[in-house]
Design a protein around this ligand. Sequence first.
Ligand code: DQA
Length: 658
Amino acid sequence: MTRINGVARIEHIIRSEPQRLLVLFDKNKDDVCRVVADVLGQTFSTITSLECASEWTDYAVLGIENSLVQQPEILAQTGRIVINTHCMNGTDYRDERLTEACDYEYLYSSEYPTRRDLARFLGFILGQNKCHDELCKKTRTTMLSTTFPDIRAALPNFDILSVGADSVELRVDLLKEQGVNSGAIPSIKYVGEQVMLLRERTELPLIFTIRCTNENGRFPMDNPDFTYRYLRKAIQWGCEYIDVELWLPEDIRHNIAEMKGRSKIISAWHDFSGNFKWNSNEALEIFRAGAVYGDIVKMITLVDTMEQNYELEFFRSTIQSQYNCPPFSGLNMGPVGQLSRTLNKVFTPITHPLLPMVAAPGQLSAAEINSMLRSMGKVLQSDLYAVGNVHRNGQATFFGRCVNELSLPYQIRSLERSNDSSMEYLMAQENFGGAYINPPLPINSSWHLEASAAAVSIGQIDTVIASMTSAGRTLLGDNATWKGIRATLRTECVPSSYNGRDALLLAHSELHAAATIYALEDLGIGTIYTIGFECTRPTKIKIRQLGGFEDLKRVENPFAIISALPAEKSFVVSPLLKYYSCNNTQNGASTENRVFIDLSNGISGAANSVSTASSLGWMAYGIADVNASTMVETLRLLVGQNLPCDFVRLAAGNSLYH
Ligand SMILES: O=C1C[C@@](O)(C(=O)O)C[C@@H](O)[C@@H]1O
């Protein structure tokens, strides 16, 4: 582990060695240490003096009350990643002098931090959630530019606002504190709370943006150190992206790049003069200057002629042919520039009719961009098939809703029954634009369809992706279910909490368990113990079949229990949960940081295994949770659009139980 300017960098997650944290907490808020440890799947202890920190090597998480840290400068000597935590519900104990000596600052709004929010924060700062890598793989990415003076106004509708967004921009310079003179710049304390509120409400990566007065914003330019202080805090708050304007002095941009930790830099440059030329040497120089520290380079100008759009497109193609990276986001502002907003593919800013104002002239919503792409013939109208029980259970209707909401160029068609020949017939149609298949179809030789590694290993295809390439249309059979299961497993735990641990998997057959095995393998689980089936497929992990309940002693404390049994058999799970809960308590271990998933459809009532598990302290999820995450993954694969999981829950309703 190396530290640069106080922010820890862990180059690799060493699977067997947990990352070590020192958590500073407010008076009477030591519980935060337990939640941090739970999310990491590790043990914790609290200490009363920093001097003895080195003696507690067995604990991955150490906690100390922040008032006990007399000499902040020795925090760096503990060899741990230091996170100062503050509860915003009560006395505000924030002390900038102390936080300055910490790597990160984590703010939470309720009595206890939620595991979900902490899992996201820790997963990111520890380098386990690599959202930038994932976004770089997408053909098009968008960012929702929020323009609220107080983000609280947006929160109740956030799922609707962010449909189709891949990231969300917090325009810090547009924030306004209540009761303070209206021209005042928001304080760091206020901005910290706004970041916290936004992060607690959305899974999307946050882009922390400060626009100066010259670039359509409100931040002053006479004291760059002032802006620097906010950017430094954004890194401490674990914002995924920090927008750094190119006018800032070189030493400031250099320092930010040095200390950025896991955050990525968007180098930003705007021109409002109306005289900028995309075909000038200056344009190339600006790109090169931005590329020095930028993980993304953004250049935006105000235009009034169509030719300037053509010049930008020529510039874009030149840049793309000459530089593999960083990705380039180039736009023209103003009504004429809207064409460039549809052609740009990297973090295209989007607005929404419910926002108080657009962040820049000419901004479009995600639906408007999709409509324009369709009318320009950039994306072709095609048929998206929902295959299987999808009509009866409402899933076809759900797909229709999503497509309408985003103005996507698809006609939803459904097919009740499917077999190899009907699928082959569909796929041969000229207008075939992809398919969602429920229940999934087994991969077998009569399918003339290339399949992803995941689909081959799992043996099932639930999604057929159609893409247009220069060589024509290509089709790929894929599996979204395993990704939905993995997302559920990661809801309240960082990925490394599964490393080397045991899981128990119940199913009637290997086929029903295959997607779960693939997901657990991806998370680096140690051994999977199976009940009810034998795993015959080759895997990189250990899989052991248990003979019966007497064999349970062989698995001491499984970190995860997953049941893929049918609903009518899921009653066998409750005694098992009780057995392990009892067993754990006897051994002094807690069930609080263990995960349970029931994949059976339609379970309800008193014998519901999910409520049993949750009442016993497990993090428990049912089929609706897994299906919501799977739908999100399916839509990403099929139509390349990102929908918030909560929007999917809302729009999919009861169909999530099938
Ligand atoms: O840089 C940009 C792009 C933007 O200026 C636009 O033109 O949409 C809007 C800003 O909020 C954002 O930071």
